[in-house]
Design a protein around this ligand. Structure first.
Ligand code: 5GP
Ligand code: ZN
Length: 132
């Protein structure tokens, strides 16, 4: 059983901030910033691309609701909402989860940097990626 399934089952303790029949949200043990939270479905799915649409909707609705209340309850000025897919992207627990990371300063302990790569052929990429 994966570590988050054990948290759902209560085998591993956690600090829960939301729970219903399908979704659980609890404080991330690492607290990259104060209030760092994970929102997960109770049913095991590997990651963002594996999860079914109905479950995704439920998880994201809870994530948005918590995000809104965190903006009031914490002294944060923003949030990062993210989900890592596979090891290359930093996924370390293979049970789908959405991180809610409150942000306090641009220089806090979260570094997400978008560097430009101008050599990309945008029309070719559009052709490849657009949905029919
Ligand atoms: P990932 O790296 O897969 O995107 O995120 C996994 C997150 O799970 C990490 O931020 C890590 O701190 C958190 N985590 C791992 N094990 C536990 C645990 O036993 N309890 C809690 N609350 N968080 C955990
Ligand atoms: Zn699991």
């Amino acid at each position: 059983m994966c570590i988050f399934c054990k948290i759902i089952d209560g085998e591993i303790p956690s600090y829960k901030v939301y729970e219903d029949q399908d979704v659980l949200a609890f404080l991330d043990i690492s607290q990259v910033t104060k209030g760092h939270t994970l929102v997960i479905p109770k049913k095991h799915y590997e990651n963002f691309v594996d999860v079914d649409t109905e479950t995704m909707q439920k998880v994201m609705v809870v994530a948005q609701d918590l995000a809104k209340s965190y903006m009031n309850k914490l002294d944060c000025t923003g949030l990062n909402i993210l989900s890592n897919v596979n090891e290359v992207a930093g996924q370390s627990v293979f049970h789908f989860h959405v991180h809610i990371i409150p942000r306090y300063h641009a220089t806090d302990d979260v570094v997400i940097e978008f560097k430009e790569s101008p050599e990309q052929d945008l029309p070719a990429l559009q052709n490849l990626l657009k949905k029919d």
